[in-house]
Design a protein around this ligand. Structure first.
Ligand code: ITT
Length: 177
């Protein structure tokens, strides 16, 4: 059993469909203001390893929009909570370059070992309106080949997504240990 420390049910459900051994633990941890997802994950893992005595993972993800110089990036959670998808669509009004990517960094930690990180990325485009009811967060405005992630089934999103990739890399590593 591996704890996935997250408050985000959508993330957990996606990860658990790839790694059955996961159990959600909504324990909370400090998410520092840093320049990279990796720093956020490493800091969180250090804090949690002093509180937990068994294997756990955490994940930090973000949406990086090319025309906005990578915004919201490490501020993705705050931006989703405040201006949300409609706010992002407003910021993108009149902007032709819609290229964006999602990134995921997962950290695995177990007692007596150094933390290990796994990454995944998904390239796509910011749409012109929200579409679809699946997924969570920015999924209704993030398109891949003309469909938003919110228009895909969980399995399909997992096949291509940033989280699908990082979690599969973690899974391969766990199986090879
Ligand atoms: P935890 O930190 O508790 O795990 P969180 O929701 O705060 O949960 P993140 O900081 O990693 O997670 O996520 C940053 C934001 O990006 C947040 O608003 C998410 O909803 C959104 N997000 C992350 N992964 C996403 C995905 O696969 N599809 C759409 N939005 C996503």
């Amino acid at each position: 059993m591996i704890r996935f420390v997250t408050s985000n049910r959508g993330k957990f459900v996606e990860a658990q469909s790839l790694i059955e051994d996961l159990v959600q633990a909504d324990l909370g941890y400090t998410e520092i203001q840093a320049d990279t997802l990796e720093e956020v994950v490493l800091f969180g893992m250090r804090e949690l390893s002093s509180r937990l005595d068994s294997a756990f993972i955490i994940e930090d993800a973000g949406l990086f929009i090319e025309a906005l110089n990578g915004f919201p990036g490490v501020y993705s959670a705050y931006v989703q909570r405040t201006i949300g998808n409609s706010g992002i669509l407003k910021l993108m009004e009149g902007i032709e370059n819609r290229a964006a990517s999602f990134r995921s960094v997962v950290g695995f930690s177990a007692p007596g070992m150094e933390p290990v990180l796994f990454k995944g990325e998904l390239h796509g485009r910011i749409g012109f309106e929200e579409r679809g009811t699946g997924g969570f967060g920015y999924d209704p405005i993030f398109e891949v080949d003309g469909r938003t992630l919110a228009e895909m089934e969980l399995e399909e999103k997992n096949m291509i997504s940033h989280r699908g990739r990082s979690m599969k890399a973690l899974k391969r590593w766990l199986e090879s240990r």
